[in-house]
Design a binder for this molecule. Structure first.
Ligand code: GSH
Length: 362
């Protein structure tokens, strides 16, 4: 008999015993894996299946990614932790639930627990995720990637988002391994598909509203985001004033706002899709609140203006706007807008130069 098979047979009763006592690393989808170090040692010895990049966290008794060493870059960086399980009391009660009622396994499996590390800054794309997380009421940790310091171009971060932009998240996937998700729309879909079974911010997959929600999510991703982003660039950050660029992008942004305004004028619920707030509203709102900053007169869009004020007053959204730091870009705060502009103008040009140089060397 093959040695590996023999080891498995010997290991099985030990594993079963451990399964009764501890959170076992072998049970798929019951993540994050809470395990007694011995379980991992047995597992490593007999099964040889421990991922090398997470072994530090797992062998320390709490399954969490701590310093992650990238063998390609030689850089070690803390990218992920499971704070929920640092607390020994919570940890013990979690273990008790698991070990006492084995039958409950399937229901735990059905609703995975988030262990989200969010990498972000206070910008339109960044607040899209913090507002969604707050509205969903999910636990998450934040790593402030101050884009003005170009942290988003460092090798450790490019492992998480190869595009060198915020936002991005790292979560624990069903297989117990970290999963990275980048691009705001992809993150919003990931969060709602995994953690929104009650459809607080989403709609049942396959329903009409589900597809309509995608329409407005992609509208933001392919329209408002890039167009308004360029409008800000030419208006606020470009070292030379190019009237053509300003006109093209500011006008296009206004046109896109009018599309949103018309949609809202027809909406009975006051939301872009269906009868409740959704990731479609959240994604677009995160840009619309920067409207005045990009020379859009919101009085021209009464439905959009009312929607913006109503949604911005929601506690979850209001909180999410100011994570990881306070936003000060509203038209009633011209000083804040000026600060925001000068904070971003300098790094935008440096970043552009750096990226273009790196690209032309390839
Ligand atoms: N398509 C991306 C765009 C992300 C993006 O452009 N983020 C900006 C902040 S709003 C950023 O990280 N800029 C940093 C840089 O350009 O280096 C998304 O929707 O997530």
């Amino acid at each position: 008999m093959e040695l590996r098979r023999a080891c498995q047979i010997i290991y099985r009763p030990i594993r079963n015993y451990l399964q009764c006592c501890f959170w076992n690393a072998q049970v798929p989808r019951l993540q994050p894996t809470m395990s007694f170090p011995a379980a991992h040692i047995f597992k490593r010895a007999f099964m040889g299946r421990l991922g090398s990049n997470i072994s530090h966290g797992s062998l320390s008794g709490i399954y969490r990614l701590v310093p992650q060493h990238n063998i390609n870059t030689g850089i070690t960086h803390n990218i992920f932790t499971h704070s929920q399980y640092k607390d020994p009391v919570k940890r013990r009660s979690f273990l008790r639930t698991k070990t006492s009622i084995q039958n409950k396994t399937s229901s735990i499996m059905a609703s995975p627990q988030p262990h989200i590390m969010l990498y972000t800054d206070s910008t339109p794309n960044g607040i899209k995720i913090t507002t969604a997380l707050e509205e969903l009421g999910l636990k998450y940790e934040v790593e402030h990637v101050d884009i003005s310091t170009l942290r988003q171009k460092e090798p450790w971060y490019l492992e998480i988002n190869p595009n060198g932009r915020i936002p991005a998240i790292v979560d624990t996937f069903d297989d117990g391994e970290p999963i990275r998700v980048f691009e705001g729309g992809s993150i919003l879909q990931y969060l709602t598909e995994r953690y929104d079974p009650e459809h607080k911010l989403s709609f049942p997959k396959g329903s009409r509203e589900y597809y309509e929600c995608n329409n407005w999510l992609f509208f933001q991703h392919g329209g408002i985001g890039p167009m308004q982003g360029q409008a800000s660039h030419f208006l606020k950050y470009a070292p030379v004033k190019i009237e053509y660029g300003v006109k093209r992008y500011v006008t296009e942004t206004r046109r896109l706002y009018s599309v949103l305004d018309t949609q809202l004028s027809k909406s009975k619920s006051g939301y872009l899709v269906g009868d409740h707030l959704s990731i479609a509203d959240i994604a677009n709102l995160s840009w619309v609140i920067f409207g005045e900053y990009t020379d859009v007169d919101m009085n021209a869009f009464p439905h959009l203006k009312e929607w913006e004020a109503r949604l911005s007053a929601r506690p979850g959204i209001a909180k999410g706007f100011h994570i990881p730091k306070v936003l000060g870009i509203k038209s009633d705060d011209p000083e804040g807008a000026k600060k925001y502009q000068s904070h971003h103008a300098d790094w935008v040009i440096r970043s552009q130069q750096l990226e273009q140089e790196a690209f032309s060397r390839k």
